[in-house]
Design a protein around this ligand. Structure first.
Ligand SMILES: Cc1cc2nc3c(=O)[nH]c(=O)nc-3n(C[C@H](O)[C@H](O)[C@H](O)COP(=O)(O)OP(=O)(O)OC[C@H]3O[C@@H](n4cnc5c(N)ncnc54)[C@H](O)[C@@H]3O)c2cc1C
Length: 338
């Protein structure tokens, strides 16, 4: 299942409605790349059969793509046909700790252009490793290598047809990494280590929920080449506001997850500082050419940021599209638009 988002209890309809895409989106795309056809019921009861098992189409407006990611505001998805991908015959994961986080975007870009079958490319800031590691007792990702602090790490998974191909891929990464200032290359070569790595990765989210007194998450997309700059910017906002900021992201597609936390018990103070930080972070995201949500969608809470980022005209057009599908406004009223 190519989309495979981190939330394992979600429905396939919910995945399609939020255009979900997990850590492997860099290779396999999101739901928009993987839904071939869908049955959608409109609010007045019309049943639409959208898409089809064809590779090419130039056949009018693409209503299927409009439905995907529309968060249940245009119609109800009752049936989906998805692409199936062959399971990779072999894969290997590597962790590359970087002395300078600023080197990661160019490294990720070089890997994308290398021809290697990279299916995971996670940018993991070391502050979040320490924060989550203190909660779980097992950070897994490196913090320091022989006295040198890792600023951030890149977690890679590379697919291949057999072990020889993976060995060649690892050699290619080692050669390329000579230019990146990596402190080491750690090979995740056993199933139990792989399990630990993903458990540590999943703990980034749960640690913020369990260890901070109050926490909220920023999720947006920035151009992948701007990810290190963006993390530094938001961490700087956190320092000024007296809030803790922990970040990781999908280096291949630019999706970022930033947890803004406090151990202070004053909820009103947290809300005020966090709101100011979020406003500045969304403004910077727009300035860099990013998008206000990479996952989860817009819902009710991101509507103002969406309007601000896409502009009045495009947002008003979305409102008219919503009205054409759902004139009585009965599907998720107030969500995304309206
Ligand atoms: C811990 C965690 C990790 C996550 N990791 C990722 C990730 O890695 N990548 C990613 O992309 N997302 C991620 N998400 C977001 C997640 O993918 C979405 O929340 C999920 O896809 C929604 O599916 P659901 O079944 O829970 O839908 P719900 O939360 O029930 O609904 C989500 C929206 O879709 C609408 N909807 C649901 N079903 C349908 C349908 N059949 N037809 C029309 N509209 C419908 C609902 O009305 C609602 O607006 C994560 C979320 C959590 C909580």
């Amino acid at each position: 299942y190519a989309s495979d988002p981190g939330e394992k209890t979600a429905t396939v309809g919910g995945n399609a409605a939020t255009n979900a895409g997990g850590p492997s989106a860099v290779r396999y795309g999101t739901m928009k790349d993987n839904v071939v056809a869908a049955t959608v019921v409109l609010p007045a009861g019309e049943v639409l059969e959208l898409g089809g098992n064809v590779g090419k189409s130039s056949s009018g407006y693409d209503i299927l793509q409009l439905i995907l990611g529309s968060e249940g505001t245009l119609g109800i998805i009752t049936e989906l046909t998805l692409k199936l991908w062959p399971k990779p015959k072999a894969d290997i994961s590597l962790i590359l700790p970087f002395a300078e986080a600023a080197s990661i975007p160019a490294a990720a870009d070089a890997l994308k252009k290398s021809g290697l079958a990279v299916s995971v490319m996670e940018y993991i800031d070391t502050d979040i490793v320490e924060f989550a590691g203190a909660v779980t007792g097992n950070p897994v990702f490196p913090v320091e290598m022989e006295g040198n602090r890792a600023a951030a790490s890149l977690l890679l998974t590379i697919e291949g047809k057999d072990d020889d191909e993976l060995d060649a891929a690892m050699e290619a990464v080692a050669e390329m990494s000579e230019e990146w200032g990596v402190l080491d290359i750690l090979v995740v070569d056993t199933p139990s280590l792989k399990k630990d790595v993903w458990a540590a990765h999943d703990a980034f989210h749960t640690a913020a929920e369990s260890a901070a007194k109050y926490a909220d998450e920023l999720n947006m997309t920035v151009p992948p080449m701007a990810m290190a700059e963006y993390f530094e910017y938001v961490k700087g906002l956190g320092s000024k506001a007296g809030l803790d900021v922990y970040a990781y992201g999908h280096a291949g597609d630019g999706g970022v997850h930033i947890y803004v936390c406090t151990s202070d018990a004053d909820k009103d103070a947290f809300t005020a500082k966090k709101t100011a930080l979020f406003d500045a972070a969304y403004a910077k995201c727009k300035e860099l050419g990013g998008k206000v949500s990479s996952e989860h969608g817009i819902g009710y809470v991101k509507k103002d940021y969406l309007k601000e980022s896409m502009g009045e005209d495009a947002y008003a057009l979305m409102g008219r599209i919503k009205a054409a599908f759902d004139p009585k406004g009965i599907l998720n009223p107030g969500k995304v638009v309206g």
